[in-house]
Design a protein around this ligand. Structure first.
Ligand code: FAD
Length: 434
């Protein structure tokens, strides 16, 4: 017999319970397939496509070159492939994003054999954590407590002696191979620093966060594996890190329960919020030309590298919504196109958090000051100078306020006055509260 393992966002062999199920259903004979779905491919930005390509190469190498790649609608491709190889079952790790849920239902309906979902990209699957009234949590802290109490299974080893079944495959994209091994090595190296996480996590100049969002996005590592390593460490940093992993799961939980939250506010009063039409100001924000160095450095980091530090993500998001008065969905869309770790649940729910319309949102009236945030979290101006060459001649923290020090050649003046923009944001908020 042959079983099929359909890889999606779990591009690894280790700690992959769905793969273990496939191995036992196929008595060791497994066909591993990745389907390039034109719909998802079109929506991914270049950075994510690029990363996916390296990750697939890594996976295929780990499988002795036997990963099968096919393009098309999975509801056609997967059933056709099961006929081709006579598969007895198709194994997946469950996808909780809105599109993935619909797709999997369609595939299941089109199959002549069972579609078996085992595990998910989370330590605890979305929807599992409920309060004593069997209701979901709306607020993070009690969710986190219940999440810790619930616990998760131990990581499982990669299966030995899999006989990977051959089938025609499209060529894998050219390029370097990365993936599971690289992700594990990166994580092991980072673990040596995790005790310092609290001291450095908010400082984009120090760049001391783990950057594990990228391998987590593609499932090159499972959070369970990381949680098991953290449990052996016992430090304040390790505790805080675990809390961040729970934020990722909280976002997924919220989106799985409220699929409309991808692009619509969770708090309905925000349906009435007045926003400006996106125009030149959105373009200035995207290009890192708002005249606020901390904002622009973040946007340029994003454009140049496909990554942005979390603190800066919060500040640029707040700036778009509360200084430029543009709806958060335009920012969220730009992030999804540009980020290497772009993940619908983490992205939309964090945007909603900043925009004040999320479940457990920061209150709308708490508006980040883009200069104050820069001075506090990039105290020597290192981060802004790194990403904005025009500011190189401004020493230390003066780089955060070039207009005070005679400006910087080629760098724009602020496109809005923050104090005024803030008052306007509060006026609009008062109007929806009334
Ligand atoms: P670390 O500080 O090392 O954190 C460890 C891990 O915890 C991260 O890899 C991530 O998996 C998780 N995590 C940390 N903070 C958050 C958070 N606020 N929400 C959810 N998970 C978190 N993260 C994404 O993975 N994809 C996105 O598309 C995304 N969009 C965001 C948009 C906005 C407006 C904001 C404010 C945050 C967004 N985040 C997103 C969350 C966070 O910024 C990134 O996960 C983090 O910056 C990744 O860097 P790191 O791995 O070095 O983080």
């Amino acid at each position: 017999v042959t079983a099929m393992m359909w890889f999606r966002r779990d591009l690894r062999l280790g700690d992959n319970p769905a793969l273990l199920d496939a191995v036992s259903a196929g008595d060791g004979r497994v066909l591993g397939v990745f389907v390039v779905d034109p719909l998802l491919w079109k929506r991914s930005g270049d950075r994510r496509r690029e990363h996916l390509a390296t990750s697939l190469r890594g996976l295929s190498e780990a499988m002795g070159g036997r990963l099968v790649v096919r393009s098309g609608d999975p509801a056609t491709v997967i059933p056709a492939l099961t006929h081709e190889v006579g598969a007895v079952s198709v194994h997946i790790s469950a996808d909780y994003a809105p599109y993935g849920q619909e797709r999997d239902k369609e595939v299941e309906a089109a199959l002549n054999c069972p579609l078996v979902a085992t595990g998910s990209p989370y330590a605890i699957a979305p929807g599992r954590i409920v309060n004593q009234q069997d209701r979901p949590y709306q607020v993070f802290t009690p969710y986190f407590r219940a999440w810790l109490e619930h616990g998760w299974r131990q990581p499982v080893e990669a299966p030995q002696d899999v006989q990977w079944v051959k089938a025609d495959s499209e060529a894998l994209p050219e390029g370097a191979a990365a993936g599971e091994d690289a992700a594990r090595q990166h994580w092991q190296a980072y673990l040596d620093d995790v005790a310092q996480y609290d001291d450095v996590r908010d400082r984009p100049d120090l760049d001391g966060t783990s950057r594990m969002s990228i391998p987590l996005k593609y499932g090159e590592i499972h959070p369970r594996t990381m949680l098991a390593d953290l449990a052996r460490r016992r430090s304040g940093g390790a505790e805080s890190y675990r809390r961040e992993l729970a934020w990722r799961e909280f976002c997924a939980d919220l989106l799985a329960r409220n699929p409309q939250a991808a692009w619509k506010p969770l708090r309905s009063e925000f349906d009435k919020m007045a926003y400006d039409e996106p125009g030149d100001q959105l373009a200035a924000w995207q290009q890192g030309r708002t005249g606020y160095p901390f904002v622009d450095a973040g946007m340029r980091q994003l454009a140049a590298s496909g990554f942005m530090h979390n603190r800066v993500r919060m500040v640029v998001a707040s700036f778009l919504v509360k200084d430029l008065h543009v709806h958060w969905k335009y920012g969220a869309r730009w992030f999804m196109q540009s980020l290497r770790d772009g993940d619908l649940a983490s992205n939309s729910l964090n945007w909603q958090w900043v925009a004040g319309c999320g479940a457990d949102a920061s209150p709308y009236f708490r508006i980040f000051n883009p200069v104050g945030q820069g001075l506090k979290f990039d105290p020597d101006g290192e981060y802004v100078r790194r990403w904005i060459p025009e500011l190189r001649d401004l020493n230390g923290k003066t780089a955060h306020e070039p207009w005070k020090y005679g400006g910087a050649d080629g760098y724009p003046d602020p496109i809005v006055d923050h104090a005024e923009a803030r008052r306007e944001a509060l006026r609009r908020y008062e109007a929806i509260k009334a």
